[in-house]
Design a protein around this ligand. Structure first.
Ligand SMILES: [Zn+2]
Length: 744
């Protein structure tokens, strides 16, 4: 099926078909530049019927016109085009023969060739089908979409759900006779237009409300809300769109005017879009717009809930979606990766984000999520759907924090937007996907890893934010200081040997190794890394991602790396005895090797390596230093409070306190404008074990870790626990957190 427009615009075509007056068309064509806005205007002003307009559009685009309402639609056929896609692009599949799928499009006058070449083409390719497009009235499309939705949520529903055959509301035809002009003004004009509802009679606490779409669930919610808040009773009536438009035209007037229709209208007045959009001020007894809107958002304990009183979820306008769809390529363009520029500011609070969410403009909402995440130093953003709403949580300083609950209607467009940005397939929702993107926010360059996961309520997305500046922090900035730093420096400066970072997952081992790499990186030094995954891009070094599944393991990689004439090698993790042996071998042949091992403290690393069948004498002769570390939350200096230290803890810390001039302990405050719950950032706790004759001797004799630990302490090693106590005595962290993190 070709998808060519015939050489006329919609206005000319309507004139040709005698559906529109020629003079009027001339005036309109000067004001309305494209088919989409012309069509919208014609419909809004009731200048043509929707069916005539769709038929003409079909002709214009050289596609058939079909009616699909009431047809027997097969679920299998419907599902050839995913529901979200249908909703977004106003398209629905209604017939399938072999690999040819017939799809109906509502608002064909909005269609641009873009949908054909873009997203729809992707579906065709992936499913091996050919989609042929017809035009259908909006009411038919909406019927089919509702049918599709019901089939999705309950396969056992009857073929045609009875609820959509007829409305259960009594119908009423409105005219100047039964509309009370004062009653109309009970609702603000934009609420009337947005929800397609209007009060036409208001007496003794009873509001008679005309409803255009009885199936719009938002309508029930808003009317229920109004009943409750204003102690009145609402009676609903089914009215036509024409009647509603008649009400809107007469809103704010003392008496209802003549009904304006195409046949009775005189010469059209000049069009001013601005005039139409202007919001005339409502009479005093009108429900205040703000009151309704503010009920959309509730702040409960710092978490924002949308639509809990369920008045109105911000809606993504269809026109905007279509515009978005035709510009898919531009969306990930360079202009929008600098979020400070794109948003026009650096977000600093949840409240600012709420403002952006209320615009409903998804590219900015997603940009705002990133900007806010960087502002609060979040490591991850979680987007988690449930049945009626979805939750956005940030992981900040290791803790999950709830930020927003949003209506589920915003979930599909948000997921689509993120997928577009990160190169994931939009319509693949059944299997997990991984992608990535780069953004600049709050003056930080952020590498975002996106992972999608199908849940029963839709896709859950987790976005890991990797701040590139984190990979450039110095050892001092990470929190290694004093004697530990002095010892470590001496070992780093040796031309060969192994430096191992140990600690639990997420304790910042890799960050420590990056910091060491940065401190030794010089133009005349060849540095190669083997990582799984590569966490930060570092300039001037050669980073490789191991892929054990295809045989490129740490061990395999290390063999290849050794042929690449390196000076410094980083091996992401020692996981097996083969890698352990290669690491010691590499060190003994003149390389500085940096690696990590999953043990709790430094002294346990030696017995662990012995267990990995590395000869003890190779271990002791190759290892320079073993670092153990934990990440703990730093107290916010602005709101921290002085702590009372229990006497049983006093004894343990007294010895350490002698090393501090003026020890003072603090606990987290209740949070302030500078911090998040009293904490602000994180810092590492470290112990650095260096080799000595005694320790080597103990390792060679296969002595337990506790014995090695004791020797190291006797030789002046500051343990990770002592480091924690020292940092808490400086008011940097809480003593409780320090002891908890090192209690093993
Ligand atoms: Zn604070």
């Amino acid at each position: 099926m070709s998808f060519q427009r015939v050489g006329k615009n919609i206005l000319e075509l309507l004139v040709l078909k005698k559906l529109l007056d020629g003079d009027r068309a001339k005036i309109l064509s000067g004001k309305l530049k494209d088919n989409a806005s012309a069509s919208d205007y014609l419909l809004k002003k009731n200048l043509v019927s929707e069916e005539d307009l769709v038929k003409a559009s079909a002709e214009l685009f050289n596609i058939p016109f079909v009616r699909i309402q009431g047809r027997q639609l097969e679920p299998e056929t419907l599902q050839t085009i995913p529901y979200d896609f249908c909703q977004r692009f106003n398209i629905v599949a209604f017939e399938k023969k072999g690999n040819v799928v017939q799809a109906a499009v509502a608002k064909p006058y909005f269609l641009k060739v873009g949908i054909r070449q873009g997203p729809l083409h992707t579906i065709e390719q992936e499913k091996g089908i050919v989609v042929e497009i017809s035009a259908t009235p909006k009411s038919d499309f909406e019927w089919a979409l509702l049918y599709y939705k019901n089939r999705l949520s309950d396969e056992s529903l009857p073929a045609v759900p009875s609820a959509i055959k007829t409305s259960e509301l009594p119908s009423i035809a409105l005219s100047a006779k039964n509309i009370d002009p004062k009653a109309i003004a009970k609702f603000p004009k934009d609420i009337i237009a947005k929800y397609q509802i209007a009060v036409f009679s208001a007496e003794k606490g009873l509001f008679k409300v005309g409803v255009v779409d009885p199936y719009d669930s938002r309508v029930d919610q808003i009317l229920k809300f109004i009943e409750d808040k204003n102690q009145i009773k609402v009676e609903k009536y089914h009215i036509t769109k024409d009647d509603l438009d008649y009400i809107i035209e007469n809103w704010g007037k003392d008496k209802m005017g003549e009904r304006v229709s195409q046949s009775t209208a005189g010469a059209p007045s000049p069009i001013s879009v601005k005039d139409e959009l202007r919001f005339s001020s409502p009479p005093v007894d009108t429900f205040k717009d703000e009151k309704v809107l503010s009920s959309e958002i509730k702040n409960v304990g710092g978490i924002y809930f949308f639509g809990d009183n369920a008045v109105a979820a911000p809606q993504i306008g269809r026109g905007e979606n279509l515009r978005e769809s035709t510009d898919l390529k531009d969306l990930a363009g360079a202009d929008e990766t600098d979020l400070d520029v794109f948003l026009g500011k650096q977000l600093s609070s949840k409240e600012e984000m709420i403002g952006i969410i209320q615009t409903g403009y998804m590219p900015k909402i997603v940009a705002g999520l990133f900007s806010l995440g960087v502002k609060f130093r979040a490591s991850d953003i979680h987007i988690e759907p449930s049945k009626t709403r979805f939750r956005i949580r940030y992981r900040i300083d290791g803790q999950m924090q709830e930020f927003f609950y949003l209506p589920i209607t915003l979930h599909p467009p948000m997921i689509s937007r993120i997928k577009i940005l990160s190169g994931l397939k939009i319509d693949e929702q059944r299997i997990p996907q991984d992608g990535r993107l780069n953004v600049k926010a709050q003056n930080h360059e952020i590498d975002v890893r996106v992972s999608s996961f199908p849940t029963v309520h839709g896709e859950k997305i987790v976005m890991r934010l990797l701040d590139k500046t984190t990979g450039k922090l110095t050892l001092e900035q990470l929190g290694i200081g004093g004697e530990s730093l002095k010892r470590l420096r001496a070992e780093i400066d040796k031309p060969w040997g192994v430096i191992i970072a140990t600690g639990p997952t997420g304790s910042g081992k890799t960050t420590t190794l990056y910091s060491i790499i940065n401190s030794v990186s010089k133009p005349n030094i060849n540095i190669i890394t083997l990582e799984d995954p590569v966490e930060y891009d570092i300039e001037g070094i050669n980073q490789a991602q191991v892929k054990p599944k295809i045989g490129f393991s740490f061990a395999e990689g290390l063999r290849s790396v050794l042929r690449q004439d390196p000076n410094v090698i980083m091996v992401g993790e020692i996981r097996d005895s083969e890698t352990a042996n290669l690491v010691t071998h590499a060190a003994l042949t003149g390389h500085l090797v940096l690696t990590t091992l999953h043990t709790n403290d430094a002294s346990s690393a030696l017995p662990r390596l012995t267990n990995m069948k590395v000869e003890p004498f190779l271990i002791t002769s190759s290892i320079n230093a073993i670092i153990a570390q934990r990440l703990v939350r730093k107290l916010c200096p602005q709101c921290r409070k002085e702590a009372n230290i229990p006497s049983e803890v006093r004894q343990e810390i007294n010895a350490e306190l002698k090393k501090i001039d003026n020890p003072q302990f603090f606990i987290a405050g209740k949070g302030c404008d500078q911090c998040f719950g009293g904490y602000l950032g994180r810092v590492g706790l470290y112990e650095v074990l260096t080799m000595s004759d005694k320790i080597e001797q103990a390792a060679l004799q296969n002595q337990p870790a506790s014995h090695i630990m004791k020797i190291a302490q006797d030789e002046g090693m500051i343990t990770i626990r002592q480091d924690g106590i020292l940092k808490s005595a400086q008011g940097l962290i809480s003593l409780e957190e320090a002891l908890k993190a090192t209690n093993d």
